[in-house]
Design a binder for this molecule. Sequence first.
Ligand SMILES: *Cc1c(COP(=O)(O)O)cnc(C)c1O
Length: 378
Amino acid sequence: MSLVQSLYSAPALHLLSQRPDHPVLYFAPSILQATARRFLAGFPGLVTYAVKANDAVEVLENLMAAGIEAFDVASPFEMARVKALMPSAVLHYNNPVRSEAEIKTAVGYGVGSYSVDSMGELAKLVRFGVPRSAEVTVRLRLPVKGAAYDFGAKFGADPALAVELLKAVSDAGFVASMTFHPGTQCADPDAWRAYIDICADVARGAGVSLRRLNVGGGYASHRTGPAPDLEAIFGVIERAADRAFAGAVPDLVCEPGRAMVAEAFSLATRVKAIREDGAVFLNDGIYGGLAEMPILGNIDRIESVSPEGARNGAPVQHVVFGPTCDSLDRLPGMVPFPGDLAEGDWVLWHGLGAYSTATVTRFNGYGEIEVVTTDRLA
Ligand SMILES: *Cc1c(COP(=O)(O)O)cnc(C)c1O
């Protein structure tokens, strides 16, 4: 990902003047900073940013400019990148599986908080020198069967193990806290409520008073319907914590990735071909900026731009392929485009700042996405 500093007021002006044949990601720093300030103003606790959603330097710099000072990092690369930009940044290392070398690197960076979901990983933190002044958060996952919410297929301790882990964290002398992640693009505030209730049960079961409760990321972005109201979710979280931990409410922490950065970027793809059978070939696809579409479904916030002006034809459903020669490189289902869409037009996909550039591959020689800074995206 290369950064072009020229500033355009909106994507269409850049597209029509430069006529790029490669995919372009438009970045509006003002939108990113406004979102950061919304989290900072609304969330009842510490706001950290989950770097994996988009680790671009210009993203981190703008979040720092807006007042974000703590970051959820998962790897030494992410630690180095954040610390290079802000030496005073607070790092939370919430990838619960770590090698010896990774732990030693984290200790070197002065990481202040680590999550764990197994006894073996806790023992590694002790063995490889994490100071007892550090916080260790026990990552909870709700049991898949019978639970209201089925999340956390990879990480997390079930409530019974979480009780044992929390006791062990406290006995080892670390600052004892808990964390969970309700699942990405989580539109249901009840997920947070359910997790918070069970965290309180776990803490009571362990006889440990939590210093902090990290309620994760998972805040949804606007992909199809309107995005869930962030402030409403913050309210649910605050009330749930007040009720579940009556008398001894831990300090709250959140670590949004997607919802922080999604709205700040739009991706422009170009129509390479419209075949006789109606299939549309774009210059980017599932190995590039549209990687999440097969997992989360298509974003329906599409706008087309052409030298002839707005395309207003009645929508027609198309099969849509990316540029590689791999037949998997197809968006799920059908996508509606204006009936007068033509080869050479651009299709703008809005809300694509998270898990887009972060996962781009160079498969088949594609994947070079230019980033252009704009004042606004529409
Ligand atoms: C990925 C991740 C996040 C961010 O999740 P979003 O759904 O993008 O908000 C937060 N915390 C942890 C531990 C993660 O792994």
